[in-house]
Design a binder for this molecule. Structure first.
Ligand code: KDG
Ligand code: MG
Length: 402
């Protein structure tokens, strides 16, 4: 069996997505997500110019060897562009292998470890009251776990506040929008938000919060401590993770659970945080961390230390990534939670999929493969629309972490 062709499909049904389609001489094809928000064409070019030519003629069933060929064989290892491209190939090959076996993908990984996948949604509002209302709407929709992000008095554009209630999209302009960040205003406000949320809704809903890399380790420790009475499911990305030792300080000072890793690309990014048990949840995902083949290695390492998975699932990860992630989540023994930011109707129409929302969970269907396809004719109607993620500056103009 041989790969006969592969091509990259770039489409923008409301936001940009990059998809790799791999075809074989037996008529079975597979697709993988290669979307890297704001850097889509870099991955498309890496695939088209460097990866696809080396795939033609290979046996698609040799996904492990192909993974190592693309990783070790490139000499230049790691990084989001390379690893998203490898992930797209890997996801497409697992899709093909499962279709050949006539099985849903989770069966090839080891079968079901659970019937349904706990997900969390994003409630956000321009101020405290609006955010409390938004959380209530998610509870009414059946969500069991909800991330709450709110506008902060004194900060004009706080992270996580969308244009509409359901479809948060941070890449909002051709060149990065400049936002202003104010740590003291934020640290004063966030405990008040969670106090109000617990007063209003009690302790049954799981509540999460994303700090989005904005704090120093000591500020993160302070915030974690001040949120302890409200028993968060997790506090995410509390400080940038390049210096992983910084998490020792946070960990020593708070029992608020910590989640990190949406920007991680390989097991090497996760190693110290996991081995030193500095986090509770690892957020690496299929598309940005080398596909199912590599994410499985990360999850197995994490399992040794009782670190659970909590994969990234913002709207910039396409339904193809979500489908593959849900098969992974259905199998992975040390599953924690899956982020799920709903896609728009236009996106869902371009990517028909076999997963469904029910009672705060997502459930994968029995379609062979990962269960997501692409309507190429419809995709062609939505041309690429360049957009960048914002940046943040402190009040004195210093460039900060967005
Ligand atoms: O492209 C960047 C987004 O995926 C990111 O800002 C979303 O932090 C995020 C999250 O937790 O979903
Ligand atoms: Mg995040």
């Amino acid at each position: 069996m041989k790969i006969t062709s592969a091509r990259v499909i770039v489409t923008s049904p409301g936001r940009n997505f990059v998809t790799l389609k791999v075809e074989t001489d037996e008529g079975v094809s597979g697709i993988g997500d290669a979307t890297l928000n704001g850097r889509e064409l870099a991955v498309a070019s890496y695939l088209t110019d460097h990866v696809i030519p080396s795939l033609i003629g290979r046996d698609p069933r040799m996904s492990e060897d192909i993974w190592h060929y693309l990783y070790r064989g490139a000499y230049w290892r790691r990084g989001p562009v390379t690893m998203s491209a490898i992930a797209a190939v890997d996801t497409a090959l697992w899709d093909i292998k499962a279709k050949l076996a006539d099985l849903p993908l989770y069966q090839l990984l080891g079968g079901k470890s659970r019937d349904r996948v706990l997900i969390y949604g994003h409630a956000n509002g321009a101020d405290l009251e609006a955010t409390v209302d938004a959380v209530g709407k998610y509870i009414d929709m059946g969500y069991k776990a909800i991330r709450a992000q709110s506008g902060v008095p004194g900060i004009e554009k706080a992270y996580g506040i969308g244009r509409g209630d359901m479809y948060y999209e941070p890449a909002d302009a051709r060149l990065p929008t400049e936002t202003v960040w104010d740590t003291p205003a934020y640290l004063n406000f966030v405990p008040k938000l969670f106090e109000k949320l617990r007063d209003t809704y009690g302790f049954e809903p799981q509540l999460l919060h994303d700090v989005h890399h904005r704090l120093t380790p000591n500020e993160a420790a302070q915030l974690g401590k001040s949120l302890e009475p409200y028993r968060l499911f997790w506090m995410e990305d509390c400080t940038p993770a390049e210096n992983q030792e910084a998490f020792r300080h946070v960990r020593r000072h708070t029992t608020t659970p910590l989640a990190v890793g949406e920007v991680f690309n390989t097991i090497w990014d996760c190693k110290q945080l996991i081995e030193e048990q500095l986090i509770d949840y690892i957020r690496a995902t299929v598309v940005h961390a080398g596909g199912i083949t590599h994410l499985r290695r990360i999850a197995d390492l994490a399992a040794l230390y009782q670190v659970r998975t909590g994969s990234h699932g913002a709207t910039d990860l396409s339904p193809v990534c979500m489908g593959a992630a849900l098969h992974f989540d259905t199998w992975v023994p040390n599953f924690g939670i899956q982020e799920y930011m709903r896609h728009t109707d236009e996106t869902d129409a371009v990517f028909p999929h076999d997963y469904r929302f029910e009672d705060g969970h997502l459930i994968v269907g029995e379609t062979p493969g990962h269960g997501v396809t692409i309507d190429e004719a419809l995709a062609a109607k939505y041309p690429y629309d360049p957009a960048s993620l914002p940046i943040a500056r402190l009040r004195d103009g210093t460039l900060w972490h967005w």
